[in-house]
Ligand binder design. Structure first.
Ligand code: URA
Length: 244
């Protein structure tokens, strides 16, 4: 349908007294438009090493073109939650819902993640959440090694800026990428590791656990996840008592 005929169609509907749709939203007749807000590029470093703030990092990622995943995504999914939090969660990559909204973990896996956080008295305002890769891979496939490597400097800088006391890696993809290992999540989950970076003085305590999307498919593993969550809760209580 051309734009002119779409207008005639709308006027026809209006003149016929139509003032509501049976669906919640009208049919999408046009390709979705990328929604990334216009960015103020001025004063933003063009070398990631020189980035010092979250805002600079967000602009840097949104204006970078080193990863082809970006070309097919609707939005750059940067992060959600509290940037001052001491707990940073890292997932795999945005899915369809996240791609539409520009926020991580808003779909079904996100709903379960909210419940997991609530089980240890946390919520979206008390943690900071992002992903290894900020753009949705087509058909919800996992990001491949090349895509992960292209996006790795983003997440490394993201961790440096947030500087959490605890990192929680959700699922095998995030865990392998951040711990630089080929071991599977079943072997790695539930133990404490240290994440090191040249630009962070102290190593960051890191826990790997199953991804909520995996738990939706395999609820039998929720028991182990509950144990992992309790370890994180215990660590938070110790850190609070020691004022870390
Ligand atoms: N799965 C992820 O790993 N991240 C999201 O943001 C959503 C689903």
């Amino acid at each position: 349908m051309s734009i002119n005929s779409s207008f005639s169609y709308l006027f026809f509907l209006k003149d016929s007294g139509v003032n509501s749709f049976l669906q919640n939203s009208p049919n999408k007749r046009y390709k979705a438009i990328k929604k990334d807000a216009p960015l103020d590029r001025a004063s933003h470093p063009n070398n990631i090493q020189n980035i010092e703030s979250l805002n600079q990092l967000e602009v840097f990622i949104k204006t970078s073109n080193n990863c082809p995943l970006k070309n097919q995504a609707l939005n750059t999914v940067f992060a959600d939650g509290n940037p001052s939090s001491k707990i940073m969660l890292i997932g795999e990559a945005p899915g369809a819902e996240e791609d539409k909204s520009g926020k991580p973990f808003v779909g079904a896996a996100g709903q379960l993640l909210n419940k997991m956080l609530a089980a240890i008295n946390l919520d979206r305002n008390s943690v900071y959440i992002t992903n290894i890769v900020p753009w949705r891979p087509p058909n919800n496939r996992a990001p491949n090694t090349e895509e992960i490597l292209q996006c790795l400097p983003f997440i490394q800088k993201h961790i440096e800026i947030i500087h959490p006391s605890i990192l929680v890696l959700l699922g095998g993809t995030a865990t392998k990428a951040m711990l630089a290992t080929t071991l599977g999540i079943t072997k790695l989950r539930g133990k404490w590791y240290e994440y090191n970076s040249l630009n962070i003085k102290e190593p960051i305590l890191t826990m790997a656990m199953y991804h909520p999307a995996f738990l939706l498919r395999s609820p039998g593993h929720k028991k182990e996840t509950w144990e992992d969550l309790q370890k994180i809760q215990k660590k938070i209580i110790t850190m609070n008592n020691e004022n870390i």
